[in-house]
Design a protein around this ligand. Structure first.
Ligand SMILES: Nc1ncnc2c1ncn2[C@@H]1O[C@H](COP(=O)(O)OP(=O)(O)O)[C@@H](O)[C@H]1O
Ligand SMILES: [Mg+2]
Length: 269
């Protein structure tokens, strides 16, 4: 059985990078279990920082983030480490712009990497996967409609197919949360829609909480039930796609909409 989503609660979450750059300025945000959230904003607004704090990839300087039963805190708090951090990360699947696959090995081996958190090291080193793990990996590939490629080398797949493998790898973790940091930034418009539809379907069918950073406003509006606009480390908009009109756009981007901000318009340039 698949698990359902987890709540994510930011409480005054603050990130100051060692060089003094502000990543997040006291974010308070409540994402209920099973929600699909799109995060938009200019480059440097803090989108990547926001998603990376959720699985502890970027540590908080102050405040806290509760993810399901785990709480990440800033300096001075009790930092999650060791087994507890591993447990949190096993609950949170991550998808990147650059797919991050092991290119020379097969698709199924890449998806099985999602089982690493749940398997003893000797099994993974010997490739001695349990039948249950292989079945779970095949089911994850089925969900993104790419099971026919299971035994092909990852490098032989197109960009869109590789991103679907990365989503299957995240799914094989049986996560409560999936974080996606600009997952379609390297893909063409039709393929971007395929990948976004996969994420939306996974969210709807499995109830996994999905937080996805997107460069293009139209994609974010189409596929997320809730849109968060960030600017300079702060949340400047939190609402539905329908509410995100021209004025909202200007408050997020500090300028009017251009063709560069819209996937469909760019496709026609
Ligand atoms: N590793 C880092 N070290 C120092 N500053 C960083 C680092 N990563 C991001 N920043 C800074 O934090 C701010 C937010 O960056 P980021 O979260 O990457 O924004 P986005 O994903 O919206 O482009 C920017 O000012 C950026 O320069
Ligand atoms: Mg980013």
């Amino acid at each position: 059985m698949e698990r359902t989503g987890a709540d994510i609660r930011f409480e005054n979450a603050t990130v100051t990078y060692p060089n003094g750059h502000a990543g997040l300025k006291g974010i308070t945000l409540d994402i209920p279990a099973g929600q699909m959230v799109g995060v938009v904003g200019l480059s440097g607004a803090g989108k990547s920082t926001l998603v990376r704090t959720i699985n502890g990839l970027v540590p908080l300087s102050a405040g806290s983030i509760a993810v399901g039963g785990h709480t990440l805190t800033g300096r001075g708090g009790t930092q999650l480490r060791g087994r507890e951090l591993r447990e949190l990360r096993s609950n949170v699947g991550m998808v990147f712009q650059s797919f991050n696959l092991a290119k020379r090995t097969t698709v199924i081996n890449n998806v099985l990497m999602g089982r690493l958190y749940h398997s003893p090291a000797w099994r993974t080193l010997l490739g001695a996967w349990k039948n249950d793990d292989v079945e779970l990996a095949m089911r994850a590939l089925e969900r993104v409609e790419i099971v026919g490629k299971a035994y092909e080398p990852a490098a032989s797949l197109s960009g869109g197919q590789q991103q679907r493998v990365a989503i299957a790898r995240a799914l094989a973790q049986r996560p409560q949360v999936i974080l996606a940091d600009e997952p379609v930034a390297s893909l063409d418009p039709p393929t971007s829609h395929v990948v976004m539809r996969d994420l939306a379907r996974i969210n709807a069918e499995l109830g996994i909480t999905v937080v996805v950073n997107l460069h293009f406003l139209d994609l974010a509006r189409t596929y997320s039930e809730r849109l968060i606009g960030m600017r300079a480390g702060e949340i400047v908009f939190d609402g539905t796609g329908a509410e995100a009109d021209e004025a909202v756009f200007e408050s997020i981007y500090g300028r009017s909409l251009t063709a560069e901000d819209v996937l469909e318009a760019r496709a026609e340039l």
